[in-house]
Design a protein around this ligand. Structure first.
Ligand code: SF4
Length: 81
């Protein structure tokens, strides 16, 4: 072990995650952009998109809500660096 504190994933504000929308699954319901507009938008075709630079979801208290709101579970929160 190299020591140091275990990596903390503070999921409440999205810190420590990488947000992604699976466009193969997304049906363009728009719930993500409605729920957490500081992280998500919709492209010209209505599909959910993570706003540029917001892939870490930092500062969004509603990120988890948006993930839950997606009717087809197209949003993933992977581990961040
Ligand atoms: S809520 Fe889900 S299905 Fe709707 S636009 Fe966002 S990612 Fe796509």
């Amino acid at each position: 072990m190299s020591g140091g504190a275990p990596r903390e994933r503070r999921t409440g504000d999205g810190t420590g995650v990488v947000v992604a929308v699976d466009r193969g699954v997304c049906i363009g319901a728009g719930q993500c952009a409605l729920t957490a507009p500081e992280v998500f938008t919709q492209d010209d075709d209505g599909f959910g998109q993570v706003l540029p630079g917001r892939e870490d979801g930092r500062g969004s208290a509603l990120l988890r809500e948006a993930v839950r709101a997606c009717p087809v579970s197209a949003i993933s929160l992977g581990p961040g660096g």
